[in-house]
Structures are given as structure tokens and as C-alpha cells.
Design a binder for this molecule. Sequence first.
Ligand SMILES: *[C@@H]1O[C@H](CO)[C@@H](O)[C@H](O)[C@H]1NC(C)=O
Ligand SMILES: *[C@@H]1O[C@H](CO)[C@@H](O)[C@H](O)[C@H]1NC(C)=O
Ligand SMILES: *[C@@H]1O[C@H](CO)[C@@H](O)[C@H](O)[C@H]1NC(C)=O
Ligand SMILES: *[C@@H]1O[C@H](CO)[C@@H](O)[C@H](O)[C@H]1NC(C)=O
Ligand SMILES: *[C@@H]1O[C@H](CO)[C@@H](O)[C@H](O)[C@H]1NC(C)=O
Length: 554
Amino acid sequence: MERRRASCRLLERLTLVLLLLNRVVGRTVSVGSQWNWKLLLNNTGVVAMHMAVTHHNNVVIFDQTEAGPSEYRLRHQRKGKKCRTRDDSSCYAHSVEYNVLKNRVRALHLETDTWCSSGSFLSNGSLLQTGGNGEGSRRIRYYRPCADNRCDWTEQKKQLSVRRWYASSLYLPRENGVIVVGGRSVFSYEFVPKSSGSSGPYNLPLLHRTYERNSKGNNLYPILHLSSDGHLFIFANRDSILFDYKRHKIVKKFPTIPGNGGRSYPSTGSSVILPLDHSDNFTKVEVMVCGGAAHGSYVAAQQHRYLTGLRSCGRMVITGNHHQWRMENMPGPRLMSDMLILPTGDVLIINGAKRGCAGWNSASTPALEPYLYRPKQSVGRRFQVLKQTKISRMYHSSAVLLPDGRILVAGGNPNNRYILRGVAHPTELRLQALVPDYMSNRFDHLRPKNVTVVYPQHSTGVKNGQTFDISFRLASEPRNLSVVAYAPPFTTHSLSMNQRMLRLECLSSERGNRGLVEANVVAPPSIYVAPPGFYMLTVVNGGIPSRSSWVKII
Ligand SMILES: *[C@@H]1O[C@H](CO)[C@@H](O)[C@H](O)[C@H]1NC(C)=O
Ligand SMILES: *[C@@H]1O[C@H](CO)[C@@H](O)[C@H](O)[C@H]1NC(C)=O
Ligand SMILES: *[C@@H]1O[C@H](CO)[C@@H](O)[C@H](O)[C@H]1NC(C)=O
Ligand SMILES: *[C@@H]1O[C@H](CO)[C@@H](O)[C@H](O)[C@H]1NC(C)=O
Ligand SMILES: *[C@@H]1O[C@H](CO)[C@@H](O)[C@H](O)[C@H]1NC(C)=O
């Protein structure tokens, strides 16, 4: 073991020397700004209000069932009855599965309304989806992903204890279930699946305290993150706490985030936890919140006045003893954006608007240029403006990172029906990919290829703290190699529920025959650092990521 550690350190030192050498001869590996947009489909049939990538490399997409006819007409209803009339809304799909390889969608069937709902992947890779509106507001649904096009939604008989419309969900590793927090006019949380007696609902005073009656709450869809100490970070409107959900107690109250406006629905900012790192044993957890709406936006939008959104982002370390929001400005005002962590450790800020707030026809001026945020650069050099798209993605749009490294971008519909023309912001059904410059061929000499994960013997996954082997091919000697694991989120309304990126420790790596590298990697130490489930494992060499392979942490 000692020898392996030594060889790893040697590798790191070698890397540093190589990088310095590179800089001296002026060939620093610098990833430029050649990001490209690609139109994948003209019609997904269904608005991508909610989106998630499954470990079978498919993307589950769904909207609301109450939007009337979608653009995906079914031949048969779910129970097999033939569809005869055009206006029977059960004869239209409201959910589809997108096959990434075939670039095709197929219809899925929802029984009740999933409008503005929440979801989390369980450790076995199934999606547990909760709530919605009307008859769907207390529903619990499962989606068990498959490779053979046969899977579909199932709805449970057991229901949530209260209506959860605009609630958030987070996976809880010890319970192998989720916590569902908030909802419209709901100031509580509960646990799903229900264990005997102790599932809630439990009152959450933070939601009372942050509620703004005249602004449709400004605290819906609260931001949730799991800290590596096992407590929950809960943020609503402008305030946040660290919460011990097992004892139902507040551990810490954090300072209010600066800026004169709200960050939660309908003010709708967005948030990530920055990548956690093995070098501090994953003990430093730093939250970032970006954008939102100006104070009074909701009332103004009712009168067709769209106030300029917030430009600021705040970063705060939630572990340790010193908590302070450190603020910085984005290149422009922004709300309703999605924030995704890329394999490089950078954060993509994409979709959204520059003015107004969330809700039907409540925003204007789409934010067409994504921003790349590079957390490790010095302040002032962190934001980069990327190539703009022509397609507006405001309310009810979403984005996810694909295992091949692209970003899938879909949806957008500020109308309460499917309206394809004749309005300022029509229903958007086109599907796009944003192709990062790190995917360009000119970096192929650096790109790790054929990443293979070897599970320990007699095992169907990797246990927390266990070491495991990976292999891949490299065309040249490794340069600042890192191995990252990414928990794919459930995205809706600018939240990426359960998203996290972990930079893993690599004990040794050796490049041998025909560029084959074998490396020994340590899985994150605890279920709170890396909750069990499927992760995208990516090898990054000199800033250029491989395609991801799925690894199951058990
Ligand atoms: C989308 O539609 C346009 C206009 O009809 C067409 O030119 C284009 O090829 C289509 N793209 C895809 C990806 O189907
Ligand atoms: C995962 O667990 C849930 C809840 O127990 C179950 O409904 C689902 O079928 C399981 N999925 C898989 C892939 O085993
Ligand atoms: C990489 O993997 C692909 C498919 O998994 C295989 O066809 C190819 O031969 C592999 N290449 C190398 C160099 O191992
Ligand atoms: C190596 O990569 C890590 C993680 O991507 C980064 O933090 C570090 O600064 C890089 N080191 C060098 C010498 O570039
Ligand atoms: C790292 O953290 C885990 C818990 O997350 C703990 O069990 C372990 O002892 C720590 N290791 C070191 C070297 O501090």
C-alpha cells in the first residue's frame, strides 16, 4: 500500500513538471471558447419541464398532463383503448423517454398530473417522483429505467401526506428514501417511502419565515443539498439553515444572502454545491447560489413590467465554523437558469431570462448565452460567456449533462397550453445539445478513451471507502490526471436535485503497453459524501474529459 501511494505522489509531481514545461514552451493546454450548438430534434412532443438521465443512458422527460393536447399524439391510451377523437387529452403523451444513441423519443404514460413536481434517484437507479397538481399532488410514482424500451411510469397506492406542488426532493442515503420539502401553501417536510409512524409531515418554520404572501411565496422549490456531515442544507428565498433531519433540529442558521431580491420560486435563482474533493477528505462543502429576481418582480410582471433580474452569485462554505456569503457578479442579470457541474469541475449556467420572474408569461428577454464559471480561477476571471443560441428557454425549460460530455437542452413554455405560434414566447419543443469545446477533435491526443471500471471480486458495485481499479487508454503520458464521480440530477425549475461531483483519490496509475493505463481509485468514504447509487465516472487528463462510464456505489 505504501509503495502505491508513493508512486501516485511521484506521478503528481511529474505532472506538475510537465505542466510547467508546457507553459515555458508556450503550449499550455488551454481550453478555448469554441462551444457549439446542435439541433437534435425539431419535436420532442412534450415540453421538458422535468428531465433526468438514467444509468441506461436514456433521458426521462415529462411535462404536466393538464396542458391539454401535446405534440405527441398516441394511437392508444394507456389501457389499450383506441384513440378516436382529437381532443381527448388522454390520447396525448405528457412524458417521453429520449434515447441518446438513437436520437429518438418514445411515449411514456402518466396517470395523474405531474405539474411542477420533484424527484430523486434511489440507490438502485429507479427514479422516485413525488407530487404534482390536482389529483397528482399527493402521488408517488416510480420510473424503473430499462435498456429495452419497455419501462414506463408506475403510480403507488400510498400517497404523500399533503399536496406537494412546487416541492423539492432529496435522496437520503441512510433511509434509502427521500425527503420532500415544501410546496405551495405547505410549510412542512415528509419522508418517502413511508416508514411506520415517523414519516411526517413535520413543520418547517424556515418556510413560514421566508414566505412572501404578495409574491406567490418567493420560497417555493427550496434549494436542498446534502452536506458531507449528513445534515441538510435548506435554502428558501434568501435564508438558509443546516438541518438535522433525524432529530428535526436546526444545527446552524446561515446569514441572509445579500442582494435586493429573492432566489426561490417565482424569483427562481439556481444552486450547486461545488465539487467535493478527496484532498480535504470531502470535508469542505461550499454552496453556490446564482441569480434570481428583483424585489417586486412578481407584482410588476402581473402588470407586464419585467424588472431586471439579479446579477449576483454568492458562495458560502457550510462546513466548519466561519460562514459568510462571498458575492461576485455574473456577466449579466439572470434568473430561471440551470446550473450544471461539468467533469472539468467548472459550472455551466444555462437557459433562463434576464427580466421578470417565473410563472406564466412573467419573464422577458431570454438569456441566450450560457456562462461558464471556473471556481478555481481568481475573482474577476471566473466567468466566461459562451456562444449564444437562437432558441429561447425560459419558464419550464431544463438541461442535463450527458455521459458523452454534451449538455442536453430542452423545453420552455410560458403558456399554460401548447401554443406553437402567434405569441411572444411559443411552446418550445426543439431539442438541442450544447457541445463543449473539450469535446473537439483537437484534444483527442489528451482524451482518455475506453474507460472501464473493474468492480472488486464477487461484487456488483463499489463500497464507500473501498479501492477499485479502472483502466483506460491514453495517447501520451498522463498530465494532471483526475477521476471524478458525478451524481446525475433530477432537473426542473432551475433546480438540479441531488447533483454532486466528487473528485476521487487516485492511489497509483501506470501507463503500459499501447497506452493502457491502469489506475487504483478510492471510492468516497461515507454514504453522506457519496450516497449509494449510479454515478458517471469520468477521467480528466490535462483538462480533457473522457466519456463517462457508470459506476455503482453500494
Ligand atoms: C428541423 O426542421 C428544419 C425546417 O424544416 C429542417 O431544415 C431541419 O433539418 C430539421 N432538423 C432536424 C434535426 O430534424
Ligand atoms: C428500486 O426500489 C424501488 C423501491 O423499493 C422499487 O420500486 C424498484 O422497482 C426498484 N428498482 C430496481 C431497478 O430494482
Ligand atoms: C475501445 O472500446 C471499443 C468498444 O468498447 C472497442 O471496440 C475498441 O477496440 C476499444 N479500443 C481499444 C484501443 O481498446
Ligand atoms: C490539476 O487538476 C486539478 C483538478 O482539476 C486542479 O485543481 C489543479 O490546479 C491542477 N494542477 C495543475 C498543476 O494544473
Ligand atoms: C474521512 O472522512 C470519513 C467520514 O466521512 C472518516 O470516516 C475518515 O476517518 C476520514 N479519514 C481521514 C483520514 O480523516
